[in-house]
Design a protein around this ligand. Structure first.
Ligand SMILES: N[C@@H](CCC(=O)N[C@@H](CS)C(=O)NCC(=O)O)C(=O)O
Length: 264
């Protein structure tokens, strides 16, 4: 055995059941060339940060293709439609697969690469039938099915009065947008944030005591909610949750690569 350890080409041959010694560099190069390469099509200040954070936590190699928003409309460039007909971000490609919708992307990545993740992420997808699983499923749906709608509406009604328009229309636009926020959007956001604040009284992470896929899906919504609606002082548990998430080295690596998360 000692002699094998001192002879890597022969050691590899034995491990792979080959009759000839193996060139270590060939094995490394073949592995590198055959490794599936994930491309994250990343629109600046977008939900795509969810995907970067997860990939960084799982330590799965990937590359980023960056897209800038139109400076006036803040919409995605047409180039994203060449990747996926919906033209939204995030979207990833992995070999022949193209996957859109952040929730579907997170589930795909956990299913395909979750078993390679560091031990701390063992509960990324909680075991079916457990309370953590039910919580995880709820927050995965709630993030995009309910919460993000109110946060997008908030952004739209905050932005409209700042758009170019004849000067005499602006006060009317401001009044209408203010009313919609006060009567419809803000009360719904108040309910949502109080609900999350209450949940975080008894849960360290959204599914329970361990970080799970739901935290990646909720991350963008939490950031947007605290930036657009609430100040952390009113929601100390939500603010503490955000601080815990942002302090994670993998989260910071995602930001360093993808840029700021929330559009201001
Ligand atoms: N539900 C989708 C939403 C995708 C979406 O609307 N992404 C935004 C960025 S956060 C986008 O691409 N906006 C640009 C546009 O609509 O042109 C998801 O979770 O992936």
């Amino acid at each position: 055995m000692d002699s094998l350890i001192r002879d890597p080409p022969r050691l590899l041959a034995v491990s792979y059941g080959l009759s000839q010694p193996v060139n270590v560099f060939c094995v490394a190069a073949t592995r590198y060339i055959m490794a599936p390469m994930i491309t994250v099509h990343h629109l600046e200040t977008s939900r795509s940060q969810r995907v970067l954070w997860l990939l960084e936590e799982m330590q799965v190699p990937y590359e980023i293709k960056r897209y800038q928003r139109d400076p006036k409309t803040r919409l995605a460039p047409a180039a994203l439609k060449a990747v996926h007909p919906l033209g939204k971000s995030p979207v990833i490609t992995d070999g022949d697969e193209t996957i859109a919708e952040s929730g579907a992307i997170l589930e795909y990545l956990v299913e395909r690469y979750g078993n390679q993740a560091p031990a701390e992420l063992a509960h990324l997808q909680p075991a079916p039938g457990t309370p953590a699983y039910r919580q995880s499923r709820f927050w995965m749906h709630y993030a995009e099915g309910s919460l993000m709608n109110w946060l997008v509406m908030k952004l739209v009604f905050m932005t409209i009065p700042k758009q170019p328009m004849p000067f005499f229309v602006r006060p009317i636009a401001r009044q209408i947008c203010g009313n919609v926020q006060a009567k419809l959007v803000d009360p719904n956001l108040a309910t949502a944030l109080a609900f999350m604040e209450d949940h975080l009284k008894t849960h360290a992470w959204f599914s329970g005591e361990h970080i799970s896929i739901a935290d990646f899906q909720m991350s963008f919504a939490v950031e947007a909610a605290l930036a657009r609606y609430a100040n952390g002082g009113n929601f100390p548990r939500l603010a503490a949750y955000q601080a815990r998430m942002v302090a994670r080295p993998a989260y910071q690596r995602g930001i360093a690569k993808g840029g700021p998360v929330v559009m201001s």
